[in-house]
Design a protein around this ligand. Structure first.
Ligand code: ADP
Ligand code: MG
Length: 322
């Protein structure tokens, strides 16, 4: 059996990647040295098998997703990712699992120049807690509380794909091969909108990442900002795969409550909307305008201009009703 120290060395130590890491893995604590004039943004998320990912999720996807969901939080703050720590609890030492998990994790870490600077290793039911830290130019940030009446509401990419992927995994839906592959990749290996978040720093009035469903996450912005909104359902961007699945009969409650998309949902003052178009001209993903912020509290929907009501609970809440 490998020792704890040997496991860390084998699976979690990489060559130093960042000049701002003074001391990485190996001591009682890590030391970082942020660039002068910057603030540090910190975010942490836990992934538990059976709750946040199905038990048969490929380990590479688990490693990718543990970092991706955290990078998505940094993206929604407009931050530049820098450092991460990992607290891993696992039932035993499975070297195949560890190899794939760390490949998934480090693959994404390299893409965003994130250095793993410490962590912890314990035995127990599989659970992954990953913390990321990033930087922001002092005084700048993208927060939830800045939306104002008249601002336009936008979302990046497409909405509801990960929810369809989960329906495939749970055998609730059977999709054609190409759609199935797209929705599963959106569920298992989401692409955090880091570059887009940093660009939005100077444009958006408020932002959040869509992790618990569009309805719930938009409501968080509206509540924090003390405003309301109307969203036009037909403006919500759907992927070709989703359009194919729904064949003209879109399940809007499913689209509005599906979690795990990790797109950015944000508001923009009308005077800055043209900057958005210019800035995002060459971006990886499209941005779609889905609604408008209004003075009256509450989230309202229209479908083709006619009032529409969401009759189901808005999104996932770990503690609601328990
Ligand atoms: P301590 O007992 O002081 O907490 P550990 O033996 O748990 O130290 O960890 C030794 C070093 O390895 C520390 O620098 C710690 O941050 C790092 N480390 C432990 N587990 C992990 C992990 N899963 N990923 C990355 N670094 C880790
Ligand atoms: Mg420890």
């Amino acid at each position: 059996m490998l020792s704890e120290a040997e496991l860390i060395r084998r699976y979690f130590m990489s060559a130093p990647r960042r000049a701002d890491v003074v001391l990485g893995i190996g001591d009682d604590g890590a030391i970082v040295h942020p660039t002068a004039g910057h603030d540090i943004v910190v975010s942490v998320d836990t992934l538990i098998e059976g709750v946040h990912f199905p038990a048969d999720t490929p380990p590479g996807a688990v490693g990718h997703k543990a970092l991706a969901v955290n990078l998505s939080d940094l993206a929604a703050m407009g931050a530049e990712p820098a450092w991460a720590t990992l607290s891993l609890t696992m039932p035993g030492v499975d070297e195949n699992w560890l190899t794939a998990f760390s490949a998934g994790l480090f693959g994404l870490a390299e893409r965003y120049r994130v250095e793993l600077i410490g962590g912890d290793l314990t035995r127990g039911p599989l659970s992954i807690t990953l913390q990321v830290m990033g930087t922001l130019p002092r005084g700048e940030s993208l927060r939830r509380d800045g939306a104002r009446a008249g601002d336009l509401i936008f979302v990046t990419g497409t909405i509801g794909d990960a929810g369809l992927g989960l329906a495939v995994v749970r055998k609730i839906r059977a999709l054609k091969a190409a759609s199935r592959q797209w929705c599963l990749s959106r569920l298992n290996t989401p692409a955090p909108r880091v570059a887009e978040g940093r660009q939005l720093l100077s444009i958006a009035s408020a932002a959040i990442d869509v992790s618990d469903g569009l309805a719930t996450d938009l409501d968080r912005i509206l509540t924090a900002s003390g405003v309301g909104a109307t969203v036009e359902l037909s403006s919500i961007p759907l992927s070709a795969a989703a359009r194919d699945v729904y064949a003209g009969q879109v399940d809007w409650p499913a689209v509005l409550t599906a979690g795990d998309d990790y797109e950015l949902l944000f508001t923009v003052p009308p005077a800055r909307a043209s900057e958005l178009t210019t800035q995002f001209a060459g971006a990886d993903c499209d941005t779609s305008r889905i609604g408008v912020v209004e003075p009256a509290a509450g989230l309202r929907y229209t479908l083709g201009g006619a009032a529409w009501t969401l009759a189901v609970p808005a999104g996932y809440d770990h503690f609601a009703g328990r």
